[in-house]
Design a binder for this molecule. Structure first.
Ligand code: AHG
Ligand code: MN
Ligand code: MN
Length: 372
């Protein structure tokens, strides 16, 4: 049998690094630490009720006694599942050691995490959602982990000082890498280091992520959309219009039928969209005036947005490219629309156009001021 030439994740990263002859290898080492965290979480998730504390040696000590963890409320005001807490610990333990990170931000931690002595501090900032879609854990539906890598300000690297919230407040365009792991029927890691998007499937017998999806591209068009329709009474007019037009199908203005999907695991929706197109919406709505959307900018919207853009898709708040948003706090929430480019751009056009009520107002009547 001929030898397979499938690359491992490590080989892929080495190939990517050849574009930067001066690179130290720290960046690759960081991604490999993140990948190991994802493998450990995949294992914990796969064991389910049998014992979620099955993790690699380095992390075991920290995880002892965590089987009954959870039940606390995190900074998001959400009740943590045991696996939220365990996944967070795995990310922390496997990334504090290597000397690549200057600090971390996690969905599950109120404050930025300081790399403790005696570990050296590095030049990258890591932001992550250790377990996305964790409300699906009890029903055995796919969940995932999401991560984003930023450069630490040079002065932080030079001084080795503690990181602050402000150090992380960089727009998504500054991301050096982003990715997610999906724990589904197979475990996959989907990664961008700024040169397209590559998908790796975990070979459980080797314990290696193997490159199976080298250049993922999101189809520009789709007839599939994903939104939590139970929020429809809170939607803004442009979102209502878009969804109404999809629902009207062949007989409506779109002239084609649409399918709807909602998994309530953004990683799973993002993955479906990368594989076959689609559009995902968790838009800003009027449900809670204090929250501008459901999803978090730094460790959900930005990494997924970077991946979509690198795969030829688009991610938006509805009003602007999400990657251009200047964050104001580490746990900031934002409206998010992503996926097939033509659909996302259509939704942005609907946000930019005057609302129907305005279009029907006297100002837009024939020969009036705003008539086009
Ligand atoms: P998390 O589990 O990290 O809190 O994120 C869940 C997110 C996202 O994955 C999903 O799309 C959305 O919340 C689900 O929201 P609904 O509960 O409104 O369906
Ligand atoms: Mn999440
Ligand atoms: Mn989460």
């Amino acid at each position: 049998m001929p030898m397979s030439h499938r690359l491992t994740l490590t080989q892929y990263l080495i190939e990517q690094r050849r574009r930067f002859p001066g690179a130290s290898g720290d960046f690759n080492a960081l991604i490999l630490d993140v990948a190991l965290a994802c493998k450990a979480i995949a294992r914990a998730v796969a064991f389910g009720e049998l014992g979620a504390t099955a993790t690699p040696n380095g992390a075991v000590a920290a995880l002892n006694g965590l089987a009954d963890a959870g039940g606390q409320t995190n900074v998001q005001g959400e009740t943590q599942k045991p696996l939220d807490v365990i996944s967070n610990q795995v990310f922390i333990k496997l990334n504090e050691w290597g000397g690549h990170c200057a600090g971390m931000v996690s969905e599950e931690l109120d404050e930025p995490f300081q790399i403790p002595a005696p570990f050296p501090r590095g030049k990258y900032l890591l932001a992550f959602d250790p377990l996305d879609g964790s409300s699906n854990i009890d029903v055995n539906v796919s969940v995932g982990s999401i991560f984003s890598v930023l450069r630490a300000p040079q002065e932080v690297v030079d001084s080795g000082r503690d990181i602050t919230e402000a150090d992380f407040l960089q727009p998504g365009t500054k991301q050096l890498a982003a990715g997610y792991a999906i724990y589904g029927p197979t475990t996959m890691l989907v990664l961008t280091v700024g040169a397209g998007v590559a998908g790796f499937t975990l070979d459980p017998s080797l314990g290696e992520f193997m490159l199976t999806h080298p250049r993922i591209q999101v189809p520009a068009d789709t007839h599939e959309f994903a939104i939590n329709a139970s929020n429809s009474r809170f939607w803004e007019q442009p979102v209502k219009r878009y969804v109404d037009e999809c629902l009207a199908g062949k007989t409506g203005p779109r002239g084609k039928d649409f399918n709807m999907r909602w998994i309530a695991s953004m990683v799973a929706e993002a993955h479906r969209i990368l594989m076959r197109g689609g559009v995902f919406m968790y838009p800003r709505d009027t449900k809670d005036a204090a929250k501008h959307g459901r999803l978090r900018l730094l460790y959900e919207a930005n990494p997924i947005g970077f991946i979509m853009e690198q795969a030829g898709g688009r991610a938006s708040t509805g009003r602007q490219n999400v990657l251009g948003v200047q964050p104001s706090s580490i746990h900031q929430r934002i409206g998010l629309v992503f996926g097939s480019r033509n659909e996302v751009e259509r939704i942005e056009r609907y946000h930019a156009e005057p609302a129907k009520s305005e279009r029907e107002s006297p100002l837009f009547a024939p020969r009036s001021l705003f008539r086009d």
